[in-house]
Design a protein around this ligand. Sequence first.
Ligand code: FMN
Length: 432
Amino acid sequence: MTAAPSYEVRAVDGIPEVRPGDDLAKLITAAAPDLRDGDVLLVTSKIVSKAEGRIVRADSREAAIDAETVRVVARRGPLRIVENRQGLVMAAAGVDASNTAPGTVLLLPEDPDASAAAIRTGVRDTLSVDVGVVVTDTFGRPWRNGLTDVAIGSAGVRVLDDLRGAADAHGNPLSATVVATADELAAAGDLVKGKAAGLPVAVVRGLAHVLGEGASARDLVRAPADDMFRLGTSEAVREAVTQRRTVRAFTAEPVDPGAVRRAVAAAVTAPAPHHTTPWRFVLLESEASRVRLLDAMRDAWIADLRSDGKSEESIAMRVRRGDVLRAAPYLVVPCLVTDGAHHYGHARRDAAEREMFVVAMGAGVQNLLVALAGERLGSAWVSSTMFCRDVVREVLDLPSDWDPMGTVAVGHPAAAPPERPGRSPEDFVEVR
Ligand SMILES: Cc1cc2nc3c(=O)[nH]c(=O)nc-3n(C[C@H](O)[C@H](O)[C@H](O)COP(=O)(O)O)c2cc1C
């Protein structure tokens, strides 16, 4: 009978306070001369940073965090979760003011994989043994309380164990199972290193199968395209607003009608006067309905241009332009219904009442567009139906009190929109 799998993890005693320029492999092999082939060394990044002289004078920790940050993921008061220059998403960019002299801060190793490789080579040169090395740091995690050690650098370790294609004990396929082996090793080491015990290195023995070439701790970082949680909640809300852009060219990919309905559900949460719900959305889901509307609107436009006295040539040119709607795979006609409006029998007040409903319609359509952007759908809100409302009502068979308020073209964007020009809030405000 074969023994059930097991491993041993122990802290390495006797590593002195590390100073810039120290050779970590020498310090580790002196303290653990009994290292064997197949052992895995778990090395706290703090001593790697110290050995590599990653101690910098910093007037403020905040300035040091700024310098190490490439992207703010979430901010809550003074706490910042950021992506740092090593590509790691973590609190305060990994800048530590706690384990170092006042007026200085400790930065993460510049290249933790290279640090791990140097330790591995040094151990091999000194003891003639092949070990795996994981450089660890302590992370908080979204959704779960408590901190745990994870791998930020590695050498000679299969950091991910891809079990996809294998089967569980019941024969069910493991379709999504990729085990973060290097993080599990880091966490195992933390159980014996502790945080304050002065034991910055641990050894795992008995798991020689986790050793292997070719992997990097960077493999543990999700690629942006696969990251469903790239921003904190507040940041994602703000970005949803700024990511809405007018998209005028779409791919042929069809639009999910469910996504449009989710966007309509968001649209009808807009503010509106007198607790009314003045928004209606006509969804043109068949090509026949879209073509019928667009043909009728084109004819109405041509009639308008003729009555303006435009030449047939200039009319043809105008009509050829601006075919955003015809190229879109999906159209929405937002309509305003003002049956909840008050009637004053007074021109100024009745005009203000109408405007209240029109601005509420704008808020509803903006909600729709923002929600569509959240569904990764592009949109263009164009005015056309507002200029031929009777024609639109007739073609779409709408009640006489539904006012078409433009048309929204919806689809998957053919290209990323151009950069938005920067606008300063100061240009748009007056403070009293
Ligand atoms: C009521 C309204 C009518 C619009 N009509 C048109 C239009 O007829 N054609 C068009 O290409 N864009 C139209 N737009 C879109 C604007 O041109 C667009 O919002 C502007 O260029 C700013 O770009 P952005 O939305 O990407 O920030 C309209 C926007 C609104 C709010």
